[in-house]
Write a protein that binds this ligand. Structure first.
Ligand SMILES: *Cc1c(COP(=O)(O)O)cnc(C)c1O
Length: 370
């Protein structure tokens, strides 16, 4: 059928036979949550895959953000990006922390290190950058600024599963990093997430915090939360981990085809791979320059939709435009010119491991014809 729906993403799903085997095992153990056997296995396997020393699983990707801020006792103001999914800034709000937005760098859509120092006040305690689309932030420069001013750095790495820079896992940067294993991400446990830390003591503390603060049967060391992942989703994670490299390779092929098809289109730009980086191709954003392309982003977005092709305007509106945040001094358009421009230009094209060549061609034809 010519006009079949093309969605922006398709989940990496475990094979039912494989899943069944795990389910039988879980049912026979009768240990279905609270740091069970498969939960421990998945933590171990993920540490290996992601090249990180310690990782704590969570039930989604928002709770590790909230918990990281708790664990590091972050207060006052945190410098962050408006160009992300709302959960980044919501995690600050849930901790009673004031977000301070700074502009982004158009080369990776991450926080612009040049803008950070001017936003620091005596109340600033941390920086929360996002590896947007899985593009690595300039972690060295961000760390230099953090060290100079005595700030913590917590990376929202929800998009950056498996991303490496010069052979090193990106998740080792900063004080802590968080992942989301939501169904729409490159790698999923249906719902899920993780907090990556650098030492055993901190991992222990995170494990207390995600279990109500319990450090033993009768000891509660902090006002913790319930963030525990169960055995069934841990099993889904173990199965999907075996297939994630293939999925990333399939996404890579889609990215190559998109770039080839768009390279001569005036007014459409996109990211090239960065040298030394293992990308995960979690998203394929294109940026529409309306004047050169002859059509606005929204016109192209609607045209794609009319052909049953569903892109996403990630990230539009900016977080700083939502009612909770738009009253902040740092939320003004003047403070965030690049973020505003990109939010008006971006469409993330459909990107997943099952996108066929025909689908890709249909998407390209829709963009190329005018
Ligand atoms: C998906 C996502 C989250 C939230 O993850 P959930 O697992 O949906 O709670 C946080 N930050 C970013 C940048 C995301 O894309």
């Amino acid at each position: 059928m010519d006009n079949q729906q093309i969605t922006v993403t398709s989940p990496l799903l475990p094979g039912l036979d494989e899943l069944n085997e795990y389910l039988r095992d879980i049912w026979s153990r009768k240990w279905i949550t609270n740091n069970g056997h498969w939960h421990q296995e998945l933590e171990k396997e993920l540490c290996g895959y992601l090249k990180v020393p310690y990782l704590s699983l969570f039930t989604n990707g928002t709770l590790p953000l909230i918990t990281a801020l708790q664990a590091l006792r972050i207060t006052g103001e945190v410098i962050t990006t408006p160009f992300s999914f709302v959960a980044t800034t919501h995690s600050l709000w849930w901790n009673g922390i004031k977000p301070v937005f700074v502009d982004i760098d158009p080369s990776n859509c991450g926080i612009n290190p040049d803008c950070i120092e001017a936003a620091i006040t005596p109340r600033t305690t941390a920086i929360m950058p996002v590896h947007c689309y899985g593009k690595p932030c300039d972690t060295k420069r961000i760390q230099d600024i953090a060290d100079k001013y005595g700030l913590k750095v917590i990376y929202d790495a929800a998009h950056a599963f498996g991303v490496e820079v010069d052979g090193e896992g990106i998740l080792n940067a900063g004080d802590m990093s968080t992942l989301s294993f939501h169904a729409t991400k490159v790698y999923n446990t249906i719902e899920g997430g993780a907090l990556i830390v650098h030492d055993a003591k901190t991992k222990q503390r995170i494990d207390y915090l995600k279990n109500f603060g319990f450090a033993g049967e009768t000891t509660v060391v902090a006002p913790g939360i319930n963030g525990k992942m169960d055995e069934v989703r841990s099993a889904v994670g173990l199965i999907n981990l075996k297939h994630v490299d293939e999925a990333i390779e399939a996404r890579h092929k889609v990215a190559v085809a998109y770039r080839e098809g768009l390279k001569d289109i005036h007014g459409i730009s996109y990211f090239e791979d960065m040298s030394g980086v293992r990308h995960n191709y979690s998203y394929f954003p294109i940026f529409v320059d309306a004047e050169q392309y002859g059509m606005t982003r929204d016109e192209l977005y609607d045209k794609l939709k009319s052909r049953n092709i569903y892109g996403r305007r990630y990230f539009y509106p900016l977080i700083s435009e939502f009612s909770t945040y738009r009253g902040l001094e740092s939320a003004t358009k003047e403070n965030l010119p690049v973020a505003h421009r990109i939010a008006e230009q971006v469409i993330c094209l459909p990107m997943h491991h099952q996108l066929s060549e025909e689908d890709v061609n249909r998407i390209l034809e829709t963009i190329v014809e005018k």
